[in-house]
Every structure is written in structure tokens, then in C-alpha cells.
Design a protein around this ligand. Sequence first.
Ligand code: AMP
Ligand code: MG
Length: 401
Amino acid sequence: MIPLTEARAYIIERCPAPVPIQVDLTDARGLVLAASVSSPEDVPPFANTAMDGFALRAADTVGAPVDLEVAGTVAAGVDPIAEGITVAAGTASRIMTGAPMPPGADAVVMVERTEDIGDDRIRIEVEVPVGNHVRHPGEDLAVGDEAFPAGTTLGPGHLGVLASIGIERVPVWRRLRVGVMSTGDELAEGAGQLARGQIRDANRPSLLGLLGEMGIEPVDLGWVPDDEDAIAQTLVDGVAACDALLTSGGVSMGDFDYVKVVLDRIGDMRWMQVAIKPAKPLAFGLVDDVPVFGLPGNPVSSMVSFELFARPALRAMGGHTELDRRRVLAVVDGGLSRRPDGKVHFARVRTAVVDGRFRVVSAGGQGSHHLTAMAAADGLAVLPDGDGIADGEEVEVILLS
Ligand code: AMP
Ligand code: MG
């Protein structure tokens, strides 16, 4: 058996580097900037008001309340210069949020601090300083400022900023396409009656879902029987169409584990026994330079193996610099028991924050076939070799969401 850290490092080292491309902003969510982006424009582009109210000269409000003559209205989208609106001493322009400041004005009084006294006159009830409620050009971003550095994962806020500076195409690391195939003669397709000995394919939906959650394009390569030619064909087609492949099942020591046989023939594979539970067996290698992850068949094992190996490797391939999930220390409620066996165990747990502290409780059955507990879990508690963690003791937890 090899330690988890060794298997993880071996895999990440052999994965290809990310590929830089340009994409439309509308396709960029979740991708990572491949180069820094500087602002070609000031944001906001012109001085404007943050409030509905009156644009005026701050000096005219000294000794408020004061009455001013109303000179014109500036709505958002209107150019006061083109409209001939200027604010002279003793006057104020009605102005709406986002509208440009008219020439002559240096402050805004919000409408709630004024009273319409008729005859195109307005009573200003408060004294305001120069710049009151005025947003200045370039206040958020000035021309030439770095909006975001390379390595930024583009979330909704980033897309908004990039749109606000007129950027339609962004330099990013290409979104990955990753194929998933299931193997095993025992797998039944569809919802029909199961014959004795058959089970339904749980791994493909889980793995496709895990990929989708990461912002990767999942490619369903379907189910393949325990047949060497069929497995070889699906693998060859898969590597031609995808940036990486995930297989599940057929990589252990059984007589019909043909995935192992085929991958050894067409790929450059390493078969590992990792000192962890679940997910001890793992195959990783390259087929036509495309990374192939041979994940174990048991449903919980395939998901845990994905979390520990495929996820960080695929994040590296997608240009992310933070590869791993967050880890926190949590207090165990009810204890998490295990037996010494030379392996690190990953217990499926549910987390809660109570009085500002993380707490975890077992999510249910801890067998590698107990997929319901895996589905209910939002954390993997890291149990070092030994007898487990007693009730009330602390444990390190990988947060799954
Ligand atoms: P194997 O590695 O092929 O020996 O599979 C180990 C265990 O995982 C067996 O109990 C298989 O039936 C089960 N298994 C393999 N593939 C899947 C799958 N796609 N969905 C659910 N269980 C599976
Ligand atoms: Mg099998």
C-alpha cells in the first residue's frame, strides 16, 4: 500500500497542463482567468448621483433650510450638457439615481430632505458637504487598473464587473470535457425488473454529477459489459472525445476485471493500492496522453476516490490553483469508531455549526456500498489509523460543499 499523498502527487504530476483560450463572457462562469484583465474604462464612467433628489452647489445649503429655484430635470441616461442643463448659484436640478451630475453642481440632496414649495422652488432642509451622494468616475475601477489577476475563478460578481467594462471575450483555461463509463455484467440498464444477481448503475449518475458540480462538461459514455473488445472500443472513443476519462469497476482482483486488462494493453497505467478506506484500489494512467482514472466499483468508493484523486487533478487541469476542498476541525457527536488496519479512514459525516464551532455526526452506514449515507454526508471525517474518535473529541473534516 502507498500513502494517499504519494498517490495524489503521482497523479497530479502526470496530468496535462491547462489550455488557454478566449471565450464569450456568457460561457465563462466557473472558469479560471488565464491572464489578468485590466480595465479599459473608468467605472463609473462619469460623475453621477447615488440618490434621487436635487443636484446643487453645496455652498448654497449653508444655513439650511434654504429655498432654491428648480432648473431642469436630469433622468438616468440623459446628458445634461446636451440638454443645456447647468446649475447656477441659487438653483438646483431635479436628478434621478445614476444620472450624470449637471455642470455647476457639486453635491446632491436626497429628495427625502427637501420639500416642494411650489412655483418651481424647492426647500432644502439640510446643509450638505461638497461631493454629497456623488459617485466619482473611476471610483470602482479606473482606466488601467487590474480588474482581476490571472487565476481568478469567475463567479457571478466577476462576470458583472467584466460586462461593466465592456469586455465580451475573456482569456480563460479551457473548460474540460470528462467522460464517464460504467462496467460490469451485473449492471442493469433502465428501470425494469432486475434479474437475480443484477444491480442498477449508481456510479455513472454520481460521477457525472460530481463533474457537473465542478463546472466540468460531463460526457456520458454509457455502460459496458465485462467484455474486452467493448471496453477497449469505449475507452478509445472516449479518449478521442474527452480531456480525461473516469471508469468505475473492474479494477480489483476479480476474475472478470477486464478494465484492468484492457487499460494495461492500450495505456500506460499504474495500479495502486492506497492506504485508505474506502477506495483502496485505484488505477491511473494515460491512454493517448489522456488521463484515465480507474475508480473502484463500490459506489461510495468511487465517489470518495473521485474526491481524493480525480477532483484535485481535474482542478489542476482546469487551471485552478486551490486544488483541495476546505478542511476544518470539528467536534464529534456520538463518536466515529474504526479498527486499526494501517489505513486512513474517511467516515461519511453530516456537519453543523453550533455556537460557532463545527460539529459532526455519522451520516449513517459506513460500508462502501452504503451510498445513502454518502448522499446524506456533507463531510468526510479523516480518521487516522487507530480505534477512531471518541464522542466529544476533535476530528479533521473535509467539507464536501
Ligand atoms: P468491481 O470493482 O467491478 O469488482 O466492483 C466492485 C463492486 O462495485 C461490486 O459489488 C459491483 O457490483 C459494484 N459496482 C461496480 N460498478 C457499479 C456501478 N456502476 N454502480 C453500482 N455498483 C457498482
Ligand atoms: Mg466488476
